[in-house]
Design a protein around this ligand. Structure first.
Ligand SMILES: [Mn+2]
Length: 444
């Protein structure tokens, strides 16, 4: 019998503030629990155990100097060294895991692409003392297949328009660096450029920014409410997405207008007029698409100097879309690109498809009886508190929302952070067939 444990999106990296009073740039604040999980596997010396780390093990994007991709191998090694020195407990546990004789497989994600660089690879092997045959490092987007072809494991960013990696170019770069040749360019994913240009600068002030999910419906309105000037950053996001290059003829505001126009059509002028009217004079009882869109546009277009409390009604409207949000429900996949990808893979004959990347743990039955899992994350998450979304009394909802927003303003994030470590557990029989597979939560 063999057991396989699949974990994903550990996102180890980023420094706490100097006096350790604040989470700083870390998204994973529980490497102690993670190491404990691995040490418990080490204790089972007689068992045949494999640990699969399904991408984003470490997070180069959280390491200074921030860059969407660190092409210089010396600098990339230095970043990994910083992570190893800070979080040595985790690397020690992996080293012991390998020394015990268990099997370790690491896949690339999209926040740890630098692991593929030859010098970085060599450094990681050295840290893990991984010269033995029980270490498997998958540095392409070839999926990892186990269980005699029944289980397909991959990070999942391949199905994400923002975060797919150009593996052809990455391989070329690896081959050139290994020979010390002049290197060609490598364009990191759009999502990584967004982290460098938008998320990390915002995170200097607001630590919650990359914990809060879902990204678009929750993060953008909250950001706009806290800091209306961030609408310029929204236009940067749009320009990264549409590959727009800034020119002298088109200002960021114009780009934003054009993008809004694509979404709203001729309504855009009406929305702007609407946004000029003070929110208090409007009906706030009705919910619906109109309210959500107007709430959001209101946040976008209101005067930058208006105070937070004045923006709360608009924020409340914008967040109402999350009332029936299924993001945190493991039995349902609301992100259709991953569900469709899993469905297609199941039609190729895979019975179990395991992704990571979204940070949302999943165990979903597909239409043909196959199963889609998402291994979730060991990083922290944050959800808009349900009591704010469900509160039916308007003035109570406003009070709750105001407290929440004020906590965010002073970085009192800990009370809202969720840590829910999950893994996919697979049992294989002696001939390698799957006898059991399930999504589990680690009891710390
Ligand atoms: Mn990822």
């Amino acid at each position: 019998m063999k057991e396989i444990f699949v974990i994903s999106d550990l996102h180890i990296g980023g420094a706490a503030t100097a006096d350790n009073s604040d989470r700083g740039f870390r998204i994973c604040t529980h490497t102690d629990v993670l190491s404990d999980f691995i040490y418990r596997l080490c204790d089972r010396k007689k068992a045949f155990i494999e640990l699969v780390i399904n991408g984003d093990m470490v997070d180069f994007l959280a390491e200074r100097d921030f860059a969407a991709f660190t092409i210089d191998p010396k600098m990339a090694v230095q970043k990994l060294k910083n992570i190893v020195e800070r979080e040595f407990q985790f690397f020690d546990s992996l080293q012991l895991f390998l020394a015990t004789g268990h099997q370790l497989t690491i896949l690339l994600g999209n926040h740890d692409i630098e692991l593929a660089l030859p010098e970085v690879q060599a450094y990681l092997r050295q840290v893990l003392k991984a010269e033995r045959k029980n270490f498997n490092f998958i540095l392409t987007d070839t999926p990892y297949i186990v269980g005699n072809g029944a289980v397909l494991i991959e990070h999942g960013n391949r199905y994400d328009e923002w975060n797919w990696v150009d593996y052809g170019a990455l391989h070329k770069l690896m081959a050139q660096q290994a020979r010390g040749e002049k290197i060609s360019d490598f364009r990191p994913p759009k999502g990584s450029r967004m982290v460098e240009m938008v998320i990390n600068p915002v995170k200097e002030k607001y630590r919650f920014i990359d914990l809060l999910k879902p990204e678009t419906q929750a993060v953008l309105p909250i950001l706009l409410a806290l800091e209306p000037s961030s609408k310029n950053k929204i236009s940067t996001i749009l320009s990264i997405y549409t590959n727009f290059r800034g020119t002298e003829e088109r200002s960021e505001d114009q780009v934003l207008d054009e993008e809004l126009y694509k979404v709203l059509g001729d309504e855009v002028e009406g929305f702007k007029e609407y946004a000029e009217v003070p929110t208090t004079t409007r009906e706030t009882s009705e919910r619906g698409t109109w309210e959500v869109v107007t709430g959001f546009v209101d946040l976008l277009l209101r005067k930058d100097n208006s105070r937070l409390e004045k923006r709360l009604p608009a924020l409340h409207k914008a967040l109402s879309v999350l009332q029936n949000d299924q993001s945190f429900n493991p039995a349902q996949e609301s992100l259709k690109e991953y569900l469709e990808a899993a469905q297609r893979l199941s039609e190729q004959g895979f019975k179990y498809i395991i992704f990571g990347h979204t940070h949302f743990a999943r165990n979903v039955e597909l239409s043909n009886g196959a199963r889609y899992f998402n291994a979730g994350t060991w990083a922290d998450l944050m959800q808009i508190p349900i009591n704010i979304l469900n509160e039916t009394d308007y003035s109570t909802a406003m009070q709750l929302l105001e407290k929440f927003m004020n906590d965010l303003l002073i970085n009192q994030v800990a009370q809202y952070a969720i840590f829910k470590p999950t893994y996919v557990h697979i049992e294989l029989d002696n001939s390698g067939d799957v006898v059991n597979i399930d999504l589990k939560e680690y009891e710390c």
